[in-house]
Write a protein that binds this ligand. Structure first.
Ligand code: PLP
Length: 371
């Protein structure tokens, strides 16, 4: 009998009745969006959880990042990573900035601070780096470079909700950090995004931009959009935040099972978190360096056995058709990122994955490699 396919991810859902209780008030007030009661409560709960004084909520992670970059009103070039979702680069380009691709560290997959310095020019105005798979960037080295060269630091923390570094929330590093609350992310509001700003003036600007540019009922001072989070999404966020610690604990157990199975298995590599990091187990990326089997062959052999892994992230952003003509000549700057992108398979990772399912996945990996 063919076994059920294991998907790469499965959104966490609160108890149906709990969500119904949370949205019941909305039927009474008929206030469905535009910063209602749920939005206010969710902002407050998040600022406590993330240990920051203020933040903004958005319709999705992409808009949260794009409008964060827009709020700084930057010009010129942004140093960024190609080993990320295209949303990171698209946000930079849609703000009229030129992305300058910088290589990543082979150990962590995050932007390599030594390479950043080589790519700085008089036109550089910011570093837009991704806490890829929830692994914190080298935030201290990046901060030092930013101070030295007068650059803004904006983190794409789409994967990093709940991560802690050196005893502090990951939200406390950088001029701004975005968290995606998409259904497939570790913490979600169905669709949604959060940006934490270090300085209030930029949050204020982002709040104007996400509401068409209104500063007052009749005053529009910037060309904004509609990127508001609605009340149903905020209500989902309130429910999911209550259960987030349980979800993290369940994911930690899955990660422990994987680690045990893969430790000592040849040709299988994992990234390392910097020391003093408390991770969120958002993904389980594995890098295959088999001498005769390509990543795609291993992926196909896994699918054959009902395991849906995913080549996340592949291709590199600087090799996507929309960027290749302009940036293709620069892909030589990012060989490490290329090596990671060509060998990665993100294995299934979600809290409700059972021990026996993880065992099935690990056996399938072993079989796919013909060990
Ligand atoms: C998911 C993701 C985004 C975009 O977030 P959405 O909420 O889907 O708009 C941006 N950057 C990275 C790294 C992501 O994984």
């Amino acid at each position: 009998m063919k076994q059920k396919t294991i998907q790469v991810t499965k959104p966490f859902l609160p108890d149906f009745d709990e969500y119904c209780r949370e949205i019941k008030d909305l039927w009474e007030s008929a206030w469905l969006t535009n910063g209602g009661e749920k939005h206010i409560a969710f902002e407050q709960a998040l600022s406590e959880y993330l240990e920051v004084p203020f933040l903004s909520l958005f319709s999705n992670g992409h808009m949260a990042l794009e409008l964060a970059i827009a709020a700084f009103n930057l010009k010129g070039e942004c140093i960024t990573t190609p080993f990320t979702h295209c949303s990171t680069t698209n946000s930079i380009v849609r703000c009229g900035l030129k992305p300058v691709f910088c290589d990543v560290s082979e150990e962590t997959g995050t932007i390599d601070p030594h390479r950043i310095v080589e790519r700085i020019t008089p036109k550089t105005s910011a570093i837009v780096a991704t806490h890829v798979y929830g692994i914190p960037c080298d935030v201290e080295a990046i901060e030092q470079i930013a101070v030295q060269y007068g650059l803004k630091v904006i983190y794409d923390g789409a994967h990093a909700f709940g991560v802690r570094y050196k005893g502090k929330s990951i939200a406390s590093y950088g001029d701004a950090v975005m968290f995606s609350c998409h259904a497939t992310k570790v913490f979600h509001t169905i669709e949604g995004g959060i940006t934490v700003f270090r300085e209030e003036q930029y949050r204020k600007k982002a709040n104007e931009l996400l509401n068409f540019g209104y500063v007052d009922k009749e005053v529009i001072t910037s060309v904004g959009v509609n990127a508001r989070m609605n009340e149903f999404e905020a209500a989902m966020g309130l429910c999911n935040l209550r259960h987030f610690a349980e979800e993290l604990e369940a994911r930690r157990k899955v990660a422990d099972c994987y680690r045990e199975a893969f430790s000592g298995m040849p040709y299988v590599h994992m990234l390392k978190k910097p020391e003093e990091t408390i991770g969120n187990y958002a993904y389980y990326p594995v890098f295959f360096r088999h001498p005769s089997k390509s990543r795609n062959e291993i992926l196909a052999a896994l699918r054959e056995q009902g395991i849906n892994g995913r080549e996340y992230f592949h291709p590199l952003v600087n090799e996507m058709p929309c960027y290749l003509p302009e940036y293709g000549s620069e892909t030589g700057h990012t060989p490490v990122a290329k090596k990671l992108a060509e060998s990665v398979i993100a294995l299934p990772m979600y809290g409700s994955l059972s021990v026996s399912e993880v065992e099935r996945i690990c056996n399938a990996v072993q079989k796919a490699m013909n060990l």
